[in-house]
Design a protein around this ligand. Structure first.
Ligand SMILES: Cc1ncc(COP(=O)(O)O)c(C=O)c1O
Length: 492
């Protein structure tokens, strides 16, 4: 190798390692790979690697420790880019929102600010009023950790294999046992385990609609479904959702008379963000409408277990005689969002197609996570756990609700959900949810602006607050501050 090649190799290596130090991939104090190991792994000569390390030492990025090796040196503020989730400062965001007629079919195009808004919702250093997640300290981490520790080596060996595409048989059996009484005749073979409710919804959409088709979407709708619709090239008609009655069936019927609608996507029990609960008579009517127009319904059932009513709310699927309802749900709102375990009940019309799609998209779910969940359910404490979770969440939602009512006082309308953990706030003084979001963010409070729950620029004067984290003095102060932000930003 000539001298020029050698110089090229060591400067390239020094540059790559230097960048990884500056962006904190290698952390301060972390040991770098030994010269010998990089020589073997990268097929570079010992002298090339050595020269690269000397170069990094000259730049003050690493230091040699006698008889130990090279270590990343403490980085000055100007040199190291502190690790941060990729969030732009709020000032940089472009909040221009196209406004479309919600009731005409419109192609979905998500404005660029939405991603930034969602990233900010997950900043660990901010007070999380934006998330729809329950605090992990309330989730059953002790039981799950014990289950994990109790796996034998033999069991661990079998867990290394792929799971069936349809999902772990014991988990499916447990799920079908739990459906006894409210979803008759659903056996282990009638459901498919998915990667969260998101994958279930995606499978249902792909099985029922193709590019250019129209979907009837509850409005406001869970923002997480909108990128899916955008990516699939679907058109949406936004059907207004009402806190008391749920989906407006007259408007849906009118839309069905005017357009060929491929599917209706709806969350009948405790929708996100509205928290609406559709009464049984309404559910029955919706299924009848679907039958009349031969339209599949995609039922998002993720919040059903978080009910504060006397009786568990029924599912649309329970009224479905013609196999038009596809039910999607997950453990994300009750046990472990991180496990990404959801399931779908496609019914005989869609079973084969959805199973094929699942195999093509993700082969199967993680075997370990499914087996942990199957055991968690089979221990027999699941119902007790859910009862306790419901009562904690109901109390928490009440605390947030009354703090908002007393701190923000008049000038707002707020839902009073009979389930779920979300509060949907209308700012009657016309304050712009995006401006409120932005100002709150500058004060390290994360909330969600209403516009991200629509595909047509609706809900500009709304915000969503999640009550999944225990109510504290800090929460109370943040709500107080939010109240003054809303008052200050009011339009006259
Ligand atoms: C109504 C609704 N559907 C689906 C999802 C996505 O669920 P998962 O995390 O299981 O994919 C959420 C998450 O917040 C939700 O609120």
């Amino acid at each position: 190798m000539n001298q020029l090649d050698n110089q090229f190799l060591y400067t390239n290596l020094a540059r790559e390692l230097g960048e990884k130090i500056k962006n904190n991939t290698f952390k301060t104090g972390e040991k770098l790979p030994s010269i010998r190991s990089l020589h073997q792994k990268l097929s570079l000569s010992i002298s090339t690697v050595y020269k690269a390390y000397i170069e990094l030492e000259k730049q003050g990025l690493i230091e040699a420790k006698p008889k130990s090796g090279y270590y990343v040196k403490h980085q000055s503020r100007t040199c190291a880019i502190a690790y941060q989730p990729d969030v732009d400062s709020p000032q940089k965001l472009d909040f221009s929102i196209p406004s479309t007629d919600a009731l005409s079919p419109h192609r979905i195009s998500i404005p660029s600010y939405v991603n930034q808004v969602l990233k900010a919702a997950h900043r660990p250093d901010f007070l999380q009023l934006g998330t729809a997640m329950i605090s992990p300290e309330i989730l059953p981490f002790r039981q799950l950790s014990k289950i994990m520790k109790d796996f034998s080596q033999k069991e661990m060996r079998s867990i290394l294999s792929y799971s069936l595409t349809q999902g772990d048989i014991e988990l499916r059996r447990q799920l079908s046992l739990r459906s006894t009484g409210f979803l008759k005749q659903i056996g282990a073979n009638d459901l498919i385990i998915t990667n969260g409710c998101t994958e279930a919804l995606m499978l249902a959409l792909r099985a029922t609609a193709k590019e250019g088709d129209i979907i009837a979407l509850e409005s406001p709708a869970f923002y997480g479904i909108l990128p899916l619709l955008e990516d699939l090239g679907l058109y949406a008609i936004e059907i207004p959702n009402d806190p008391v009655n749920g989906l407006n069936l007259e408007i849906l019927e009118d839309a069905l008379q005017k357009h060929r609608i491929s599917a209706c996507l709806v969350t009948p029990n405790f929708s996100n963000p509205l928290g609406s609960l559709m009464p049984d008579a309404h559910k029955q009517k919706l299924v009848q409408l679907a039958n009349r127009f031969d339209m599949p319904i995609i039922e998002d059932n993720i919040n059903t277990e978080l009910f504060y009513t006397q009786k568990r709310p029924s599912l649309l699927k329970a009224f479905d005689r013609n196999n038009l309802v596809i039910t999607c749900t997950s453990f994300s709102k009750t046990v472990a969002p991180g496990y990404r375990i959801g399931w779908i009940i496609p019914g005989p019309n869609f079973m084969e197609r959805i199973l094929k799609l699942k195999a093509a998209i993700s082969v199967s779910n993680s075997t370990l996570d499914q087996q942990i969940m199957a055991r968690f359910m089979s221990l027999g404490n699941y119902d007790r756990y859910l009862r306790s979770l419901r009562s904690k969440m109901q109390k928490q939602v009440r605390e947030y609700h009354s703090a908002i009512k007393s701190k923000i006082r008049n000038g707002i309308k707020i839902n009073n959900p009979a389930g779920g953990i979300l509060l949907w706030i209308e700012m009657l003084n016309g304050a712009d949810g995006l401006e409120v979001y932005q100002t709150a963010l500058e004060n390290k409070i994360s909330i969600l602006p209403g516009t991200i729950f629509s595909t047509s620029g609706k809900f500009r004067n709304f915000i969503r607050i999640g009550c999944g984290y225990p109510f504290s003095k800090k929460t109370e102060n943040a709500i107080d501050l939010l109240g003054s932000i809303i008052r200050d930003l009011g339009k006259g």
